[in-house]
Design a protein around this ligand. Structure first.
Ligand SMILES: [Zn+2]
Length: 348
C-alpha cells in the first residue's frame, strides 16, 4: 500500500507527467524488472522485458504484449493571473464542477508547490439570492486563492503551471480512499504484476502513458512505436453501487474482483482474450467480473486501432466516486488486479 499511496500523492496532470514518471522509473529500475527502459518524445515511460520462458530456451518470434497504464490525473493549468492575484484555470480532463467547491489545491511552480483554496466566484450562502443558490457554476467561474499579494503571486506563478486538487490517502473499512486512484491503481497494478511475473514466453512492453485524460494521446504514439500483437489497458472503471443510482447502472460491483471491460464507448474488447483471462481466473481462484461502461474510454482504444489493428482487452479496477478526491476502491479488487494480470501473462 505504501507504493500506491506514493503514486496517488504525486501530482501529474496531462502534459506535466514528469514527477510521476520519476517515481515509477525509480521504482522499476531499483527492482530491476526490465531489460530496457526509455521515455518517448511525448513523455510516456516504456519498459521492455524479453521473453523469459521456464526452461530458459530462446523463444523464436515471441508475441509482443503491450501493457498501458496512464499516469496522468485530471487537473488544471493556470490560464490567467488577475490583478488581485487570484488564479483562473483551464481544466485538463473532465471535472464535475459540483465536486470543486471549497477544495484545497496545490499549485506546482518552478520554485516549489504553493497551497491554495479553490472556490467559484460569487456571494456566500448568507448573502446569496435564491437564484444564485440554484446555479451550478461552470469551470470558468472557479478561481484559486493563494493567500498572497498579487506581486508575490506574479513573481512565483506562471501561465501553464499545474494545479491539482489535494486529497489524502486513507484506509476506510474494506476500502482504500484517495485522490487519483484513477489511474495510479493501474500504474501500481502494472508494477506489482511485473514484480510477481517470473516466466513468460511473450516479450512485454509496459508503458506508463501520458495525456490519457485529454484523449488517449500518449498511448496512441506509444502503440505505434511498440507495434504490439496484444494490447492490455490497465485502468479503472465506474462503480456506482451507491444510493441514487439504479442497480442496472452500477457498471461494476465492489469486492467482486478486477473488472474486464467487455466494452466502453471507446472500444469493444477482444472476446477471445476475455474468455482466456476468465479461464485463468477460474483455474486459480482469482476473482474477476465483466463490466460494460456506456460512456467513457481508456488507452486500449487507440492501441486496438493502431497500425493494422491489435487484439486488445481492458483491465479496470472498480472505483466509487471517480474523478473526486475521495475515490474508493475495495481491497479485494485491488488484490485481484495484479494477481490476475500476472497469472494470465504467464500463459502468453
Ligand atoms: Zn483512467
Amino acid at each position: 500500500m505504501d507504493l500506491l499511496e506514493t503514486l496517488t500523492q504525486t501530482p501529474s496532470v496531462p502534459g506535466r507527467e514528469g514527477r510521476i514518471r520519476k517515481v515509477v522509473e525509480a521504482h522499476i529500475r531499483a527492482a530491476e524488472l526490465f531489460d530496457e527502459i526509455h521515455t518517448d518524445a511525448m513523455g510516456s515511460l516504456i519498459a521492455y522485458r524479453r521473453a523469459r520462458p521456464e526452461n530458459g530456451a530462446e523463444v523464436t518470434s515471441p508475441r509482443k504484449v503491450m501493457l498501458a497504464a496512464h499516469m496522468d490525473q485530471i487537473g488544471f493549468l493556470v490560464r490567467h493571473i488577475d490583478e488581485k492575484g487570484f488564479l483562473r484555470v483551464n481544466p485538463v480532463g473532465g471535472f464535475d464542477t459540483r465536486n470543486l467547491f471549497a477544495r484545497g489545491v496545490r499549485v506546482c511552480t518552478r520554485d516549489g508547490d504553493l497551497s491554495g483554496v479553490m472556490n467559484p466566484g460569487g456571494r456566500p450562502i448568507h448573502i446569496a439570492t435564491d437564484d444564485e443558490k440554484k446555479k451550478v457554476p461552470i469551470i470558468g467561474d472557479f478561481f484559486v486563492d493563494l493567500g498572497l499579494e498579487s506581486d508575490d503571486v506574479n513573481g512565483r506563478v506562471q501561465i501553464g503551471d499545474m494545479v491539482v486538487l489535494d486529497g489524502p490517502f486513507r484506509e476506510v473499512g474494506d476500502y482504500v480512499v484517495s485522490q487519483c486512484l484513477d489511474n495510479r491503481v493501474g500504474c501500481w497494478a502494472q508494477i506489482r504484476a511485473m514484480e510477481n511475473l517470473k516466466h513468460h514466453s511473450c516479450d512485454i512492453y509496459a508503458a506508463w502513458t501520458v495525456q490519457e485524460e485529454v484523449g488517449l494521446r500518449g498511448a496512441m504514439a506509444a502503440a505505434f512505436g511498440i507495434a504490439p500483437d496484444i494490447g492490455v489497458a490497465c485502468d479503472t472503471t465506474l462503480c456506482c453501487r451507491t444510493p441514487g443510482v439504479p442497480e442496472e447502472d452500477r457498471v461494476s460491483v465492489p469486492g467482486d474482483g478486477v473488472s474486464l471491460h467487455v466494452m466502453d464507448s471507446s472500444m469493444i474488447s477482444d472476446m477471445g482474450l476475455i474468455e482466456d483471462i476468465e479461464a485463468v481466473a477460474a483455474g486459480q481462484g482469482i476473482k474477476c467480473q465483466r463490466a460494460i461502461l456506456p460512456r467513457g474510454g481508456q488507452d486500449g482504444a487507440v492501441i486496438q486501432r493502431s497500425r493494422s489493428g491489435v487484439r486488445t482487452v481492458s483491465f479496470a479496477c472498480p472505483v466509487k466516486y471517480i474523478h473526486t478526491v475521495t475515490e474508493m476502491s475495495h481491497k479485494t479488487d485491488l488484490a485481484s488486479y495484479p494477481r490476475l494480470l500476472t497469472a494470465w501473462l504467464e500463459t502468453l
